[in-house]
Ligand binder design. Structure first.
Ligand code: ACO
Length: 330
């Protein structure tokens, strides 16, 4: 990939449901403790949608914030790419439903299912479509209502996940050096059973017995996923930095997937990036899958940690397994 950017992030927005589930709340219903959760994950609380909140109810807010930031209106959008594993409906796509809510009548719209790195897959696809002259203004969304696929009686997953939405308006780069410098994607479907939802798809459609066996919830072999995450995030970081023609010292801010503080620390250590250059906000949101990186990116910009011209390294890993990284000059 050339380091002359074709696509740039013109505006970023985020939104989370108002409801908060703290470690203390979980202590009341599960055999767990605030101390264990903080020590093993770094998470203190997560936002959880209420019964009347759909995925697209808070995603709409994130999208509108990103569009306001970029100075575009719905009629400017050529396309919508929506990364999620928790769409409001199996049919049609979350992207088409969002298109209607926004009134983005000119836009094509489709979903990407790539779990936690889904938003980075979406950015890469937007970059590729722009190179193919298939759009100049594309909304890339990463949003999840993971509470809908979480078993709150399973302490090994219930403490990890949260709900949230992030969105970016990707536009054609202006030629001043800002934009996506490199993208990288990878997958290994052989390891799928380590992190999956066994039932509820067309292989095993929803039935009363499937629901009673809780096969519609996420199952995860945490320790194995942890090891795979460290390896894949480290390799992805190396690959994207190499493709951008940079060295780690050129990275001003590392924005990794917010799954576990220990995975983040191991990734930063491998890349030779000190923790003061790493964005961490998982203590407030938990693991929000595809929303994780845009939530952190938006916060980094808001806090002034990411300023125009700075280089950010975005890297993620998730179910599939999938992994991806993007280097962006902000
Ligand atoms: N509270 C208290 N004890 C717990 C809890 C809990 N919430 N969960 C597990 N334990 C216990 C286990 O039962 C086990 O007990 P045992 O030793 O008596 O058997 C012990 O703690 C250690 O369990 P481990 O699973 O080995 O704990 P670990 O240190 O690996 O931490 C964790 C678990 C946090 C899940 C970690 O493995 C992890 O973060 N894995 C990666 C998750 C991830 O990154 N996912 C990314 C993709 S997510 C996606 O794609 C949607």
């Amino acid at each position: 990939m050339t380091t002359v950017p074709i696509a740039m992030i013109a505006g970023i927005g985020a939104a989370v449901p108002a409801g908060v589930l703290t470690n203390a709340d979980l202590e009341r219903t599960l055999d767990t403790s605030d101390e264990w959760i903080i020590e093993r994950t770094g998470i203190r609380e997560r936002h959880i949608a209420g019964p009347s909140e759909t995925l697209n109810s808070f995603t709409l807010v994130a999208a509108q914030r990103a569009m306001a930031r970029a100075g575009v209106t719905a009629s400017d959008l050529d396309g919508i790419i929506f990364a999620t594993v928790t769409p409001d409906h199996r049919l049609p796509s979350a992207a088409c439903e969002l298109q209607a809510m926004l009134g983005a009548e000119r836009a094509w719209a489709f979903d990407v299912v790539a779990a936690c790195p889904g938003w980075l897959f979406g950015l890469s696809i937007a970059d590729g479509l722009m190179r193919a002259s298939l759009g100049d203004t594309i909304l890339v969304v990463g949003a999840e209502k993971l509470s809908s696929i979480t078993d709150y009686e399973d302490r090994s997953t219930a403490v990890l996940f949260g709900d949230g939405a992030g969105a970016a308006v990707v536009k054609r780069a202006t030629g001043d050096g800002r934009g996506l410098l490199a993208t990288y994607m990878g997958s290994d479907g052989n390891l799928a059973p380590l992190l999956h939802i066994p039932g509820g798809g067309s292989a095993e459609p929803l039935t009363a017995s499937l629901l009673s066996e809780k096969k519609h919830f996420v199952k995860m072999a945490g320790r194995e996923v942890f090891k795979a995450a460290v390896l894949a995030m480290s390799r992805s970081t190396d690959a994207a930095i190499g493709r951008a023609g940079l060295t780690p010292d050129a990275i001003d801010l590392l924005i990794p997937h917010q799954a576990n503080l220990r995975i983040i620390e191991a990734t930063a250590k491998h890349a030779g990036i000190s923790m003061d250059k790493v964005m961490v906000n998982l203590e407030r949101y938990g693991n929000t899958s595809s929303a994780s990186i845009p939530l952190a990116l938006q916060q980094a910009e808001e806090e002034g940690r990411l300023k125009s011209g700075m280089v950010a390294m975005l890297v993620s890993f998730g179910a599939g397994f999938t992994w991806a990284s993007v280097v962006v000059r902000w």
